[in-house]
Ligand binder design. Sequence first.
Ligand SMILES: C[S@@+](CC[C@H](N)C(=O)[O-])C[C@H]1O[C@@H](n2cnc3c(N)ncnc32)[C@H](O)[C@@H]1O
Length: 276
Amino acid sequence: MVPEQTDTTPESVGETYDAFAEAGTTNALGGNIHVGYWREGQDIPITEATDQLTDLVAGRLALRPGQRLLDVGCGNGVPALRIASAHGVRVTGVTVSSREVVQAARSAEGSEAYGRVSFQLADAMKLPFEDASFDGAFAIESLLHMPDQTAALTELRRVVRPGGRLVVADLCRRLPFTGDDKAVLDGMLDVYEIARISTPDEQRAQLTASGWQLLELTDIGEQVRASYGHGAAAFRDIAAMLAAPAAARLGAAAELLEAFGKHPHAGYLLITAQRL
Ligand SMILES: C[S@@+](CC[C@H](N)C(=O)[O-])C[C@H]1O[C@@H](n2cnc3c(N)ncnc32)[C@H](O)[C@@H]1O
């Protein structure tokens, strides 16, 4: 049986995101590399829904102009730029993909947040920052890639000042995937270079073990579920323009995404914690 935890490394994850950046896989999500959020009965395109998820994260950070934030696993910088522009804060983004750093820096040039955002290559499990150098931090769909999430959360606690907040948005597994369904979870881990998709209890335990005080943990899985179908369709469109091996890989990735998204055990957590 394939284990529920895989052996990712910052390098292997970086290579995966370099490849995604090269293939232009994020355009369909408005540049964000995360799910969209739809309120009850809301009918908005996926590009707006992904920004809406960013806004939910920002709303939990208790932001004040001038504050310094860390974006852990910043992708190509779209969430950081949106938050810095809307709230007048400074954001430092870290990623393990050098291509993302280049893309994010390029996007910053034309943004109203220019000069208040910066992006660099760094591993969240070993952050190159002083103790208590940030007012808060957020991690949107990045923790799941890390082989030692407790190490990353402990590092985050070190670099955030006392009283500062951490907001995590991440996929979760509500119950074990068993039988044929286990292949869907294992496939997700393998294809997307994911170390682990945690349960809500595992998330609570690792936050507490890292010294964070949990303020809120909500499963918004039903409000983000439509994203997986949109993502799969976008991957298929890109696959149609690629040569055989790459097209087959992206086609398989689309299938897994769709199957995971339809699974009732697939949830999504929005977590707010505070540094004591
Ligand atoms: C699904 S993307 C999310 C990107 C961005 N947060 C967003 O919402 O658009 C995952 C991101 O996590 C980053 N990441 C994964 N493991 C990391 C690590 N150990 N340290 C820093 N960043 C990491 C990847 O490089 C990628 O940018």
